[in-house]
Design a protein around this ligand. Sequence first.
Ligand code: GKR
Ligand code: MG
Length: 431
Amino acid sequence: MSRDLAITAIRLTPILVADPPLLNTQGVHQPYTPRLIVEVDTAGGVTGVGETYGDTTYLELARPLADRLTGHRVTDVNALHVLADAVAVDAARVDGRADVGGLRGVQTAEKLRLSVASGFEVACLDALGKSLGLPVHALLGGKVRDAVEYSAYLFYRWAGHPDGVVAEKDDWGAALDPAGVVAQARAFTERHGFTSFKLKGGVFPPDEEIAAVRALADAFPGHPLRLDPNGAWSVETSIRVARELAGVLEYLEDPALGTDAMAEVAARTGVPLATNMCVTTAAEIREAFTRGAVQVLLSDHHYWGGLRNTAHLAAVCRAFGVGVSMHSNTHLGISLAAMTHVAATVPGLRHACDTHYPWQSEDVLTERLAFDGGRIAVSDAPGLGVTLDRDRLDALHRRWLDDDGTLRDRDDAAAMRVADPSWVPPAVPRW
Ligand SMILES: O=C([O-])[C@@H](O)[C@@H](O)[C@H](O)[C@@H](O)C(=O)[O-]
Ligand SMILES: [Mg+2]
């Protein structure tokens, strides 16, 4: 192995990963969700790995980007974004589209490019770290903590996917009322030691979700609690819920959609508001921050364009006096490792980060990342500190190849229609 950092080959492997029947305001998670694994080989004999969304539009962009990046060096992460910008995206297939599988705010061609580039950036940094014998956090300026805290991501859910649907089974059971939510939270603490809890809301009428949060507060006195209805409420409903849960919630996440609504809710309640929907692009920052619409920004290295962009975003938040934490969608261990490295470098990270990882029974790593007291230890091994399990990768890719296209694009509303053929994503505000 040498330190020749030239990229000689890039492998893109789309996979389908098992996902439980988690409910959100759009519908329910598919039994399998697409992800893309990126491998970058260097002339020095090192391979770096990255992970990002695997839906069709992401793959269409990833392929030409892989061709253009080959021949560059793994240090060329600024050039990576220039190359991504030059790849043609059919904006008509992206701009203004409803987000049917992710509830991550506005969809634009730029955000699509950033989301794809992030998988390559992580793979490049992993390869660079391995080549230099340095952990990724060192490439970002070094860690300021040795472990990163995550919160238990509670979901209303069915015990299993609808009858007749091919799916992996799990032992979490159903959670459809306050008692079920508390039981799920207890399972999270027993299995992973989490001490802070986020409930995905927007599924049941607000009073039922208020009751679930109150039940959590009774069961876990003094523990940080969040509720996230993904913008399903009107301003008036948001204000009512915020007032009822004042003193109970650490923050309320995206109660209503858009900067105007969030600013009004923030102005009329004392509960801090967090978002991964109202501010998801650079262009949305100034207005939301100056109007006080957001008190905590949930960053996400996938759609903000990588780990370095995430560190920059955290600096912008600091400048505006806005707190920062992390959003999560369905993801595997490569992304959890990447999140942990960048989170380790962010000063003033005062809120536990979100992660879906405990819901993922499958991974492409030889060894799963393990939570200890709800925290992931920051690896000091070279690169991300994870090892790809090629057999697992091949098996999950085989599942993607065998799919007739039904599952290759995450669509929570379509998944819900399997159980309820009349389902359409509710108009917003839903309540
Ligand atoms: O996975 C889900 O159902 C979540 O609702 C996800 O799609 C959101 O993007 C996310 O977790 C959030 O915090 O809004
Ligand atoms: Mg959210």
